[in-house]
Every structure is written in structure tokens, then in C-alpha cells.
Design a binder for this molecule. Structure first.
Ligand code: R1P
Ligand code: URA
Length: 295
């Protein structure tokens, strides 16, 4: 590892020029990033890109040893990167911080695109939810240790960037069933999403109604909160604006599950709409009216 000698770039790197977990050198990323969990979804989206002039006729692709795959190319002449990260907030933490280190100077946008469980009977599977804000639902281990507090903590909501969100929503609704809604982001697919399992003492049988008392989520997934929370913490001219879109694959209230062919079709259509949205948004307007200097 190279020593973190530059105070503006305090993170260690595997070599002087590549960030540690994404494995990317400066210049490999665009300022517009669409991020997905599933590598196959990333490859599908990347099939709509053409190479940048500097990549000599081949799309830039890098798979890191830590499970990130990055594609950088052009969509309708605009540079964009698509990054697959696997699952969970910890991977989003690497992705956001290290992308920020190697992206071009200036504003950055990151939109995540995933699948989710549905929490409203009125929102059928196959619907795209554009996330306006998210709460974080985390297992509170102290409750098991001391018997105090509640088994799960439910945070206050963190909003997505409002301009980006309304831009994404207006693009996606042109081609797909789509609603604006809140999300509950969880630390587990199992315990904190209220899936019961007799092999584990999860104390989660009333968790969905507890979440619904404190928030008004339409969907439940595992990354949006951390993306929105980290993005709103960025400072200065290279501030990150973030948004999130999910397709409901299983409704946790009605038990409805999306059929495979329908999911593939919706995923493809929403994906193209998001590529248009990410590339069509004016980076100069995302933070309009806000003071970028005081973070
Ligand atoms: C769990 O199966 C995974 O599915 C959802 C959740 O956020 C979690 O990452 O997202 P993806 O479909 O993007 O993987
Ligand atoms: N992703 C999740 O995190 N939960 C679901 O129920 C479906 C997809």
C-alpha cells in the first residue's frame, strides 16, 4: 500500500494511482454514475454504452478483486459510469468514498438502481419506486445483550436530492409504472426485513408495523439510506448529489411475487430511462441555490 501522504487524499491505495477497493485510477470514472448491485444488471445497462474516444474502440471495464465492476463509456454522447457493487451499505461506503477520489473535478451524481420488497398493498410488483427519502433499520445488538431498548432501531429519514429525484421520476414514468415513495433500508435481508426464522432469535414478528408507525415506506431494500446519507455529507465543489430507484419484486404485505419475464422487461425499460435521466440532468443545476463552500 502506498502511504497516505497527501492530506487531501488521505485514503490508502493499492498503488500510487488506484483506489483500494474499486481498483480504479483517476480518469476511469465519469461524473455521472449509475450503480447497481447485480453484475448482470450492470452488464445489461453497459450494453447501451459506446466507448469513449480515449478508450480506442473498447468500452472501459474493470473488475476489482473486492467485487466491484466498473464500465465507463458514452450514452448518447455523454460520459457515464456503471458500477456493480454486490450488496449492502458497507459496499456503498467504499463505492461513494472511492468514486469521489477518482471522479473528475466538479459535481458528481450517483443514482442507485436495485430491486426491493414492497410494503404497500396498492403498489403492485413490477412498479418502480423513485425514492424520495429513506430511514435506516438496524438490528440493535444491545437489546440482546442488556435487555434494554428495542430490538431494532429506526432512524429519522434522510432525503434524496430533490431536483435529481424529480428528474428521474419524470423520465421513468414516461415508460414504466412508477411512484414516488419512501424506503426502509435495512442492515439484513432477513432479520431487519422481518423475515422470521425459527433457527434465530430475531424478535422481529411486529417489525413491519413498527416501521410503518414511525415512517411511511413503500419499499424495503439494503443500500439507499447509506447512499443518501453519505452524499448529503459531501462538501465543496465536488459535492455528490444522489438518488435511488428500485423495482418492487415481492410485495411483503400481499405476498405477490413478480414473474421472471415481467421483471426482465421492467428492469430493462427502467434501466434505459435511468440512463437517460443520469445523462440528461444538468450537473450545474443540481445544487442551484445552495452554498457549495460551507459544506
Ligand atoms: C438482496 O437480495 C439485495 O437485493 C436488493 C437489496 O438492496 C439487496 O442488495 O438490491 P439489488 O437487487 O440491487 O441487489
Ligand atoms: N431486495 C430486498 O432487499 N428485499 C426484498 O424483499 C426484495 C429485494
Amino acid at each position: 500500500l502506498s502511504a497516505p501522504t497527501d492530506p487531501k487524499r488521505p485514503r490508502p491505495r493499492p498503488s500510487a494511482s488506484r483506489v483500494l477497493h474499486l481498483g480504479l485510477p483517476p480518469g476511469a470514472l465519469a461524473s455521472r454514475i449509475l450503480t447497481v448491485g447485480d453484475p448482470a444488471r450492470a452488464a445489461l445497462l453497459a450494453s447501451h454504452l459506446t466507448p469513449r474516444p480515449q478508450d480506442k474502440g473498447r468500452l472501459f471495464i474493470h473488475s476489482s478483486s473486492r467485487g466491484f465492476t466498473t464500465y465507463t463509456g458514452l450514452f448518447l454522447s455523454t460520459p457515464i459510469s456503471i458500477i456493480s457493487f454486490g450488496m449492502g451499505s458497507q459496499m456503498i461506503d467504499f463505492l461513494v468514498r472511492e468514486s469521489r477520489d477518482v471522479a473528475p473535478p466538479g459535481p458528481i451524481i450517483i443514482i442507485s438502481y436495485g430491486s426491493a420488497g414492497g410494503l404497500k398493498p396498492t403498489v403492485p410488483v413490477g412498479t418502480c419506486v423513485i425514492i424520495s427519502q429513506s430511514v435506516n433499520v438496524t438490528r440493535n445488538s444491545d437489546h440482546w445483550t442488556s435487555g434494554k431498548g428495542t430490538p431494532y432501531n429506526i432512524s429519522l429519514p434522510v432525503p434524496a436530492n430533490p431536483r435529481l429525484t424529480s428528474h428521474i421520476y419524470s423520465q421513468v414514468k414516461q415508460s414504466s409504472p412508477c411512484v414516488l415513495g419512501e424506503s426502509a433500508t435495512t442492515c439484513s435481508f432477513y432479520s431487519s426485513q422481518a423475515r422470521t426464522d425459527g433457527n434465530f432469535d430475531d424478535r422481529n414478528t411486529t417489525l413491519i408495523s413498527q416501521i410503518q408507525k414511525k415512517a411511511n415506506p413503500t419499499s424495503m431494500e439494503m443500500e439507499s439510506f447509506h447512499l443518501l446519507d453519505l452524499a448529503r455529507s459531501t462538501r465543496g465543489q465536488n459535492r455528490i448529489a444522489s438518488g435511488s430507484a428500485v423495482v418492487v419484486v415481492a410485495n411483503r404485505v400481499t405476498g405477490e411475487v413478480v414473474e421472471g419475464r415481467k421483471l426482465a422487461e421492467v428492469e430493462g425499460r427502467v434501466g434505459v430511462a435511468l440512463l437517460r435521466a443520469v445523462c440528461g440532468v444538468d450537473l450545474g443545476e443540481i445544487w442551484e441555490g445552495e452554498d457549495l463552500n460551507d459544506g
